[in-house]
Design a protein around this ligand. Structure first.
Ligand code: IMP
Ligand code: MG
Length: 371
């Protein structure tokens, strides 16, 4: 059994071995066989999660029986949404029959409630629930779990049919989510240094959310949010948008990303005052910046890159070497004090931004891995 697996940038550590799981499956089959040896029950597996359990369970079940499946879904990522959709209905003639539900896991119990509804007016002879895993601490307890295999604490698990964002179902063993310490980064770099490209890799590898201030502004203004309107009102007067407003937009982004293992701030802070405001905001959330990383590249190389990009994208500000140099000067003037600010906190790192994309990602990861 592997010690850990990584799915969508999240790390899961070994929790239950295939052997332990199969023993539990066998025990459920034995218990049900004892109770139903004189009947022909219909086992109803709940897709997708219970496919593996249903398969192994049926191989352990020694007497005549039928099998069918329904499909329900309540999880989106790591949390139960409370919305249980019925995706596939019961096709079988179940009237007068003994129905035994095969669930992979009972968590809050919402799915179960939906299942009970599905069978409520079907005049079944009796209705039982068998669940391989059972989170007793959070189950609402509305219906008895007639048979269960293994009681587990309130941890998110994957493997043996269970998924994290559709991955991990194929694992023979079960792994549990490792609560990773948060990683919060500020990414610096001149226009063309490859921040966007690298942020895309880092966010996947470390499960981070990339917050590009430019994108956040455009989003709020385009969608006419309260904050977007507020920001626009300053811009209409030709004033700079106060840091307070920007911070509030960032705060919204941070609060929306409940599943992120951390954040990559890009485009903010640009001044020491903004860096202080960001520190204060993060402190109020019991978070902090772990590292600021500057992607360094020679001006002449960047100018070449930007002019190339300008040809393709048609972006006017990328087509004029003079304008590009002005943007670089502005960057130098503003980021220099920021560098000092973060150096003082021992958080400043610089990474050579010239080379193969993968090689640069490797350099950045080396900095992050030793945080
Ligand atoms: P409930 O409706 O909250 O009881 O959730 C039950 C469903 O959510 C299960 O059938 C699973 O599909 C999914 N689920 C609950 N807990 C976990 C978990 O720890 N890992 C993966 N899926 C889970
Ligand atoms: Mg399920």
């Amino acid at each position: 059994m592997k010690d850990s697996v990584t799915l969508h940038g999240k790390k899961f550590t070994a929790f239950l071995s295939e052997k332990e799981i199969l023993l539990a499956v066998q025990k459920i089959a034995d218990d049900i066989a004892r109770d139903y040896k004189d009947e022909v029950p219909i086992f109803v597996g709940v897709l997708n999660g219970a496919f593996m359990f249903a398969s192994d369970f049926l191989k352990c079940y020694p007497y005549p029986c039928e099998v069918s499946f329904v499909k329900l879904s309540s999880y989106r990522g790591l949390t139960s949404t409370g919305i249980v959709e019925t995706l596939l209905d019961l096709p079988e003639q179940v009237e007068g029959r003994h129905v035994i539900i095969l669930e992979d896991i009972v968590d809050t119990g919402r799915t179960l409630q939906e299942l009970v509804h599905m069978f409520a007016n079907k005049n079944v002879k009796d209705f039982k629930i068998a669940s391989l895993f059972y989170k007793s601490e959070i189950y609402n307890g509305e219906y008895p779990i007639d048979y269960f295999g293994i009681e587990i604490p309130d941890k998110f698990i994957v493997g043996y049919g269970l998924d994290y964002r559709e991955q991990g179902r194929n694992l023979r063993n079960v792994y549990q989510l490792k609560k990773q310490p948060m990683i919060n980064l500020v990414l610096f770099g001149k226009p063309g240094a490859g921040k966007g490209t690298q942020a895309a890799f880092l966010k996947e590898r470390y499960g981070l959310k990339h917050i590009s201030t430019g994108d956040v502004f455009r989003y709020n203004i385009k969608n006419g949010t309260e904050l977007g309107k507020l920001a626009q009102s300053y811009m209409d007067k030709g004033d700079l948008v106060p840091d307070e407003v920007t911070i509030r937009m960032l705060q919204d982004e941070v609060e929306k990303a409940t599943e992120a293992s951390g954040f990559i701030f890009d485009g903010f802070p640009r001044t020491t005052a903004q860096a202080e405001a960001l520190d204060n905001f993060l402190e109020s959330k019991e978070m902090s910046i772990d590292a600021t990383i500057a992607l360094e590249a020679d001006d002449e190389v960047l100018i070449e890159r930007l002019l190339e990009r300008g040809k393709v994208s048609g972006r006017a500000d990328d087509q004029d070497a003079g304008k590009i140099r002005n943007r670089f000067e502005e960057y130098n003037a503003k980021t220099a004090p920021l560098k000092a600010y973060y150096q003082q906190q021992g958080k400043f790192h610089s990474v050579n931004g010239i080379g193969e994309i993968q090689e640069i990602t490797r350099r950045l990861s080396a900095v992050i891995d030793q945080l």
